[in-house]
Every structure is written in structure tokens, then in C-alpha cells.
Design a protein around this ligand. Structure first.
Ligand SMILES: Cc1ncc(COP(=O)(O)O)c(C=O)c1O
Length: 448
């Protein structure tokens, strides 16, 4: 939908009129920023944050929202949990960046090894993107093979090897990858292959390509279609990779410390060789990490007799502020026994509440969720993978999020949303009420 058409919508106009300071921020940002961090174009009425607390965000116009953004996932415990805030404040008095080693690194490393089912050794970096990039490099070095497989509908960050999507016209059982966006060399396509998600056809493709495949990358739960019915398929994927001599890398950047303390590997009982982390591991500070089998991880180490270790490094990797926040957050997550049952129940309650309403009125929407992460998908019928989601309702989808925002609920422009330990059942019920009323508005306007 064009910006002009969106702006003509009454809800867009009302939101802009009630957010004068955010509108000014957007105009000022457009002058200096080539692109904003998130596609705020998807939230046509701009929102710029002033402060946060628990489950709430307050914007620069003084409006408070129930926040379902949760920093794009890291804030499993909600905004500004006291233990993390204190750890950060204490650390700041000792310094926040040193470059050379600090003891907090191996303390967080030990916690990650304890939590990550496949983790015997770890390497820290600063983002999930770096983590998947390093895992790919490690897998290529360890196996001596060069091709990397990603799944249709996946997301593994913004480096060239991960920015792929399926040609929509290609067969859903043997998707053909294309580069996602400009500026990625076509040669990349010779080093990657794409597999169908949640589809047994992937197993034959892995076997057929075993000689050249170094590693298969999989999110235990894809952001594009969050679900928990993929356990048997994921376990079979692990077996097929093992039999074929191909490494399996589970991308836990979102699911790590969110679905369960041991992430998707624990939740689905899937066995991997490598796993990548980010988001929640840093307690809300920038972080990435690779964890994996000791023999695979040994490729990072120059001191293990290897002629050529892989190159790794990063000015801010393992910085004490991030390490301190991560230790405080993980300690609280690990030591709160009902955290994950409660989080997952909150997510299920939200999805069930919205889906009940949608079913009752025959609306073409499904609130997909895996525990506390969810994504409202506009599509008719069953969604087996991202291939079942078309852009037929894209206009309705954009306007839906504006109705939600007007009713005091904020979902990020990427539309993958989260509840946290700071959300209450009453918050979730308020979100259900806002979401169902917003869907009714779309229906009354003939958009769905
Ligand atoms: C599964 C997955 N992997 C990797 C990334 C990239 O992480 P980052 O944004 O920290 O680079 C993301 C980001 O959302 C993700 O969802």
C-alpha cells in the first residue's frame, strides 16, 4: 500500500494528529538517516520511545502502550528488570569497555555451556548476524565443504550468506533461492542451497547434496510462522544430518532462553552440532554467541595445533557491560522455576483468545505462536509454512496494527511480537480485546 493511501485512512490520520512529537522525530530522522533501524513505514503513524518499564512503553508524546515489541525479543524478563539494571549500574562504575579479557566472559560462557544442549565451548560476538556468520565459517572449516543450506521462510541476520528468500514461483518442495535485496553478489548463490521447511522433502535434498553440504541452518521456530508442531520433523532433521555427515546448526537467536532455558533444543529435544545465540543472552545488551561441540569449536583456536584456525574477533565482543547484564538476566531466568510454563501459557492464552474470535466470525487470520513469541498471519486456511502466506491482505495488515496502536498496544513493524515475564494475564486479556476490536474494525471497513 502506498504511503499516500495509508495516510488517507482515518485511523492513520487520527494517530498522526495525536502524536505531534513523534511526527517531528520522523521528519528530523528522514533528513539524516539513510534508513531507520526498523521499517517504521509499516507503522505509518510514527512512534518514538521516551522510556520503558516492565511491560510498558511511553512515547515522546506521553502515550503509554502495552509493549509487545520487547526490544525485538531480548527482554524475556520485561523492560528494566531490577537485577539487570543493578548489574549494569554497578559495572558502569568500573568501566564499560576494555578490549582485553575480563573474568565475566568465562562466567557467562559457563552459563551458556550449561544451558545450551550442544554447547561444550562458546565464542562471543556482538549480534546474531555475527554469530551465524561465524558458525557458517566454523562449519566450512571443520567439514572442508562449502555449501550452506537454509530453509524457505528463514531469517539468520543480514550478512550475505543469510539474506536469501525463495523464488515465489518455485516448487514449494524444492525452493529456488534468490538474493534478498540489492548489493549481494550473484556468486553467493553458488555457495548456498535452500530447503523446504516443515517438509520431508528436505531430507532427500540433504542426502542428495551431502558431498558438498557443510551445514544446515534451522530456526527451531521460524519468525515467519511460529508454531510448536514441528518437534518430530526437527528431530528427524537432526538424524538425517548426522547420517549424511552434514552439521546441523540450530539458530537460537530468538528461541534461546525464551521457549525454555535451553531454548528450542531443549523444548523440542533436537540434537545439533552448533547453536547460535543473541538477544536474551545479553540481558538486553548487544550480543551474539556460537556454542557447539568441542571438536567443531576447536577450529576457532590457533593454539590447538591447527595450521590455520578461522579468523574471529571484534572490538566490543565480550565487553563487561554486556557480560554483566547477561549474567544477571540468565541467573534470574535459571532460578525462576515457573518462568517458562508461565510465559508459554501467556502466549497460548493470547493466541487462543484471538483465534477464537477469528474462527467465530470466519476471519482469514491466525495468531500463530510458539510460547511467548507470536505473529498474526492474514491467510485463508491452514498455514504449513511461510509459502501459505500471500500478500493478498497486506493493506488490511498494515491498518490492523494502527488500530491496535490506537487502542494502546504496540507491535513492532516486523510484526513478530512477544510477551514477557512482566506481562500479566490482565495485560494479555487487554491485548486480546484490542486485537479483536481491531479485527472488527477491519471487517466493518470491508478490508477482510
Ligand atoms: C533467528 C535469527 N537469527 C539471527 C538474527 C540476527 O540477529 P541480530 O539482529 O542480532 O543481528 C535474528 C534477528 O532477529 C534472528 O531472528
Amino acid at each position: 500500500m502506498t504511503a499516500t493511501r495509508q495516510r488517507a485512512n482515518p485511523v492513520t490520520q487520527r494517530l498522526r494528529a495525536s502524536s505531534p512529537k513523534s511526527v517531528i522525530c520522523q521528519e528530523e530522522a528522514a533528513k539524516v538517516m539513510a534508513v531507520e533501524i526498523v521499517g517504521t513505514v509499516h507503522i505509518t503513524s510514527p512512534v518514538y520511545v521516551e522510556s520503558v518499564s516492565g511491560s510498558r512503553i511511553t512515547d515522546v508524546d506521553g502515550k503509554e502502550y502495552i509493549d509487545l515489541t520487547m526490544g525485538f525479543g531480548p527482554h524475556v524478563l520485561g523492560h528494566r528488570p531490577a537485577a539487570v539494571e543493578k548489574a549494569l549500574a554497578d559495572q558502569i562504575t568500573r568501566g564499560w569497555h576494555w578490549g582485553i579479557h575480563n573474568p565475566l566472559q568465562h562466567r557467562l560462557g559457563e552459563m551458556l555451556v550449561e544451558a545450551a544442549p550442544c554447547g561444550e565451548q562458546v565464542v562471543f560476538c556482538n549480534t546474531g548476524t555475527e554469530a551465524t556468520m561465524y558458525a557458517i565459517r566454523a562449519a566450512r572449516s571443520f567439514t572442508g565443504k562449502s555449501v550452506v543450506a537454509v530453509f524457505d521462510g528463514s531469517y539468520h541476520g543480514v550478512h550475505d550468506y543469510a539474506l536469501l528468500e525463495a523464488e515465489r514461483s518455485s516448487d514449494r518442495h524444492s525452493p529456488v533461492p534468490r538474493r534478498r535485496g540489492a548489493g549481494i553478489p550473484s556468486e553467493i548463490l553458488e555457495t548456498v542451497t535452500m530447503l523446504p521447511y516443515n517438509d520431508e522433502a528436505a531430507f532427500d535434498l540433504i542426502r542428495a547434496n551431502a558431498d558438498r553440504l557443510a551445514v544446515v541452518l534451522v530456526e527451531p521456530v521460524q519468525s515467519s510462522n511460529p508454531r510448536t508442531d514441528v518437534g518430530p520433523w526437527l528431530r528427524r532433521l537432526g538424524e538425517v544430518c548426522r547420517e549424511a555427515g552434514v552439521l546441523l546448526m540450530v539458530d537460537e537467536v530468538i528461541t534461546g532462553f525464551r521457549l525454555a532455558y535451553g531454548g528450542g533444543q531443549e523444548y523440542f529435544d533436537v540434537h545439533a552440532d552448533l547453536a547460535t545465540y543473541g538477544k536474551a543472552l545479553g540481558g538486553g545488551m548487544p550480543i551474539g554467541a556460537v556454542a557447539g561441540r568441542a571438536d567443531v569449536m576447536s577450529v576457532f583456536n590457533a593454539g590447538n595445533g591447527r595450521a590455520r584456525p578461522i579468523f574471529s574477533g571484534g572490538t566490543f565482543s565480550g565487553n563487561p557491560l554486556t557480560m554483566a547484564a547477561g549474567i544477571a538476566a540468565l541467573t534470574q531466568m535459571r532460578d525462576t522455576p515457573d518462568l517458562y510454563p508461565r510465559l508459554n501459557a501467556l502466549g497460548d492464552r493470547l493466541a487462543e483468545g484471538v483465534n477464537r474470535h477469528a474462527r467465530r466470525y470466519g476471519m482469514p487470520v491466525t495468531m500463530m505462536n510458539a510460547g511467548s513469541m507470536f505473529h498474526l498471519r492474514f491467510a485463508e486456511g491452514q498455514i504449513r509454512s511461510s509459502r501459505d502466506i500471500t500478500n493478498r491482505y497486506v493493506e488490511a495488515e498494515h491498518i490492523f496494527y494502527q488500530h491496535l496502536q490506537e487502542r494502546g498496544v504496540l507491535v513492532p513493524g516486523i510484526h513478530l511480537a512477544f510477551v514477557s515475564a512482566a506481562h500479566t494475564e490482565a495485560d494479555v486479556d487487554a491485548v486480546i480485546e484490542a486485537a479483536t476490536a481491531s479485527l472488527d474494525s477491519l471487517r466493518n471497513d470491508g478490508m477482510i
